[in-house]
Design a protein around this ligand. Structure first.
Ligand code: FAD
Length: 281
């Protein structure tokens, strides 16, 4: 089974981590992904570091870089200038996001800035880049924390498609049915763009707890218990890889058009997952 795949990395948090990230990117690129995405700190906090990382991918690999961009808390003029500077730097693939307010800020219209949703950013990037750009968006199989019903998440994805999004990448989740049910509901509602499932191999209990806290996803209790019972870090890693491999296999068998792997700036784990997914079962 060979399916298209892609990876996500984040800009280095300290300059001394840059060389290691570059080595990771080279290793990920050698596996032949469709693209490598680079995250963006809401409010533009990582703008320069994200652009440096995207440039590195463009100039040193044969893989297309894809820039996450957020519009929260910025003016239309500011975000337009950022979009133009990324396009001028040769970045032609984007993930248009609203972003979240800084911790401790209330999620009211005060923090939103002039563009209040990802759909508006899709439109802005498409206006600035025309045919040169491909714009993707986020989707939430288990619901965005601020959505009131599962139907709202489908409607919002449909609105992003109408705004010009060409594909979607999902928030991480732990059960194949979370994705498959959402993808079926989206298709019934008229979503025709590919929805790539976002997979994060969880290789330690600490990481699992942290990402559940950040994303608001339901805790996968069986995986949590298994990681808790693991005797060594190597055993925990093995459990995380096996869980991700089984998830990927079920997703592909259920019709997922590709796999987007959150690499956590480390190539061994996601490459291990892919190698096992591609082995005959
Ligand atoms: P939106 O699509 O605008 O949705 C936000 C909320 O508003 C949802 O509850 C939605 O239902 C609601 N909504 C939207 N439009 C309407 C409407 N017209 N009417 C009523 N309600 C509406 N964050 C970062 O800061 N940097 C990153 O690099 C980053 N990368 C991410 C990558 C992926 C794959 C995902 C899934 C998320 C990522 N995030 C990132 C997090 C993201 O910014 C947050 O989840 C944010 O809260 C929502 O962004 P969005 O683009 O989905 O917003």
């Amino acid at each position: 089974m060979t399916v298209p795949f892609s990876f996500e990395v984040y800009p280095p948090r300290k300059p001394e981590l840059q060389a290691a990230l570059h080595a990771t990117i080279q290793a990920l690129a050698a596996a032949g992904p469709e693209f490598i995405t680079v995250t963006y700190g809401a409010n533009g906090s990582s703008r320069d570091a994200s652009l440096d990382c995207l440039r590195f991918i463009r100039e040193n690999t044969f893989i297309e870089p894809l820039a996450h961009l957020t519009c929260v808390g910025t003016s239309r003029a500011e975000i337009t200038a950022v979009v133009d500077s990324f396009i001028d730097a040769g970045i032609h693939m984007f993930l248009a996001l609203r972003g979240d307010p800084p911790e401790g800020t209330e999620a009211t219209s005060d923090y939103l800035g002039e563009l209040s949703s990802a759909s508006e950013l899709v439109e802005l990037i498409s206006e600035r880049g025309g045919d040169r750009v491909t714009v993707s968006v986020a989707a939430f199989p288990n619901g965005h924390p601020q959505s009131s019903t599962p139907q709202q998440d489908v409607e919002v994805l449909l609105a992003k498609q109408r705004a010009g999004a060409e594909f979607a990448i999902t928030q991480l989740f732990f059960e194949a049915n979370d994705y498959l049910t959402f993808a079926a509901a989206a298709a019934d509602a008229g979503v025709t763009i590919p929805i790539l499932p976002g997979i994060m191999p969880v290789t330690s209990l600490g990481r699992l707890r942290r990402i559940v806290e950040i994303t608001g996803e339901r805790m996968p209790v069986e995986l949590e218990a298994a990681l808790e019972a693991a005797g060594t870090p190597a055993e925990a890693r093995e459990l995380g890889v096996t869980h991700a491999v089984e998830l990927c296999r079920a997703l592909v068998a259920g019709g997922a058009p590709g796999l987007h792997l959150y690499a956590f700036n480390e190539h061994e784990t996601v490459l291990d997952v892919l190698a096992q997914v591609n082995q005959p079962a």
